[in-house]
Design a protein around this ligand. Structure first.
Ligand SMILES: [Zn+2]
Length: 87
């Protein structure tokens, strides 16, 4: 067995493929933060926030870099997570 096979064998894998960075961030957040971010992404309550502004706010609030394109993709439900959890 190659070293790569060995390494891949122990790598975590999912049946659904990679999740988008929004989903990964949401799963790391406390419930109240998760709701706030979900609301901001969905545009509930405080109107539509641009993906660029959200990207900056996320970086400022959570110290993570989420590209605006990832936010757009998530909003358009083109990412894997929305395919799984349609609402
Ligand atoms: Zn997503």
């Amino acid at each position: 067995m190659s070293k790569l096979d060995d390494a891949l064998r122990s790598a975590p894998r999912t049946h659904k493929g990679p999740r988008c960075s929004i989903a990964a961030l949401l799963s790391d957040l406390a419930p109240e933060e998760r709701k706030a971010l979900t609301d901001a992404i969905d545009g509930d309550g405080m109107g539509r926030i641009t993906a660029t502004a959200l990207s900056i706010a996320i970086g400022s609030a959570y110290g993570v870099d989420i590209h605006r394109a990832s936010i757009d993709r998530h909003r358009r439900h083109e990412c894997l997570c929305s395919r799984r959890e349609s609402k």
